[in-house]
Design a protein around this ligand. Structure first.
Ligand SMILES: Nc1ncnc2c1ncn2[C@@H]1O[C@H](COP(=O)(O)OP(=O)(O)OP(=O)(O)O)[C@@H](O)[C@H]1O
Ligand SMILES: [Mg+2]
Length: 329
């Protein structure tokens, strides 16, 4: 029986520091999520060895006996935090599930990812970056609304109702908040009103694009000014509709763009692309997640069930994609 190591970061591993924003540990998993994933891997006929975070992996590296690692570790700090476990595994010659360090570093940094999207003609909202308060005085942007996000975070960290700004004063306030609280540059994007979708993908040579999921907020599909915030994730004001009830043409466009984005940043085994579509039907890629949440509350379980397979099946599919890449099947 093959042994699958599991690397992850637990919410409980994060020690809050003074001045940390309340969502500082938002990307990390609940112990119950790790158990659910471990059970799903075992349901596919493997034995699971729980390893833990990058620090735990380093401590055990010399004596680790696993055939492959299923990595869902987000890393504790820095813009290369998601790359840390994959880089250690690559160095040690241990096969692992999912994208490698380069892809994870590139996509966690939304500015770098957007440069790739632009080079590959993948539509993404227009943006600029502000890395210091001093830079703010020279900004003469006249087109509002804008949205202000941290440059390298996920899980809607740093996003609240004040992230959508309508004028220069609000822009300055929010940029300052991001720089001070998240200790990183602010990414400022044009705010796309309209609808929101997310598309999950599984596979490598011929990746399978899963049914489009639409995000409903406060009971509305036409979101206009509404968007996903940290507070909404834990509220019941957010719903996933799968499959999205959209015209075939939009579905085709989203599928093609999701696949193009997946390939542009060289995702492996699985990933998820987030979109907004404006009121004229123009799609924009907000970001690609090469390490999307596999929690059963997130979209992977939903899309699996929509195509008639179970959560355990989709976890097995992702793992088998990786085993095939390494000729371990
Ligand atoms: N340019 C934009 N226009 C409108 N809404 C946006 C824009 N950028 C982000 N949002 C809203 O903010 C949410 C989070 O943004 P984004 O996906 O870029 O960040 P994230 O924190 O990495 O996401 P995730 O929660 O998927 O990890 C989006 O799902 C969307 O609702
Ligand atoms: Mg997102």
């Amino acid at each position: 029986m093959k042994i699958v190591g599991l690397t992850y970061d637990l919410k409980t591993d994060y020690q809050f520091k003074e001045g940390d924003p309340e969502d500082a540990n938002a990307e990390f998993d609940h112990p119950s999520t790790i158990d659910v994933i471990a059970d799903a891997i075992e349901a596919n006929g493997f034995r699971v060895e729980k390893i833990g975070n990058a620090g735990n992996l380093l401590e055990r590296l010399g004596s680790l006996r696993v055939d492959i690692v299923f990595n869902i570790s987000e890393g504790l700090s820095g813009r290369n935090r998601e790359s840390q476990v994959p880089a250690i595994l690559e160095m040690a010659g241990i096969p692992f599930v999912g994208a490698d360090a380069l892809t994870l570093g590139l996509t966690l940094d939304k500015v770098m990812a957007k440069k790739i999207f632009i080079a590959d003609k993948i539509p993404t909202p227009k943006f600029f970056e502000v890395s210091s308060k001093e830079q703010l005085s020279s900004i003469n942007h006249h087109k509002f609304p804008l949205i202000v996000k941290p440059r390298f975070e996920g899980s809607s960290k740093g996003l609240s109702e004040s992230s959508r700004v309508q004028n220069k004063e609000e822009l300055c306030q929010q940029v300052e908040y991001i720089i001070n609280s998240y200790k990183q540059p602010a990414l400022v994007e044009e705010f796309i009103s309209g609808q929101e979708f997310t598309v999950a993908i599984v596979g490598n040579d011929e990746p399978e694009v899963m049914p489009v999921v639409q995000i409903k907020i406060d009971g509305k599909l036409k979101l206009n000014d509404k968007f996903y915030t940290f507070a909404r994730i834990t509220s019941d004001r957010l719903e996933y509709i799968c499959p999205a009830k959209i015209p075939a043409e939009l579905k085709k466009t989203l599928n093609e763009l999701a696949l193009k984005t997946y390939r542009a940043v060289e995702c492996l085994d699985f990933g998820r692309v987030d979109f907004r579509v404006d009121q004229d039907g123009r799609p924009y890629v907000l970001e690609i997640n090469p390490l999307p949440s596999l929690s059963t509350e997130d979209v992977f379980k939903l899309v699996a069930e929509n195509v008639g397979i179970t959560y355990e099946d989709i976890i097995g599919k992702i793992l088998n994609c990786a085993l095939n890449r390494y000729n371990l099947n």
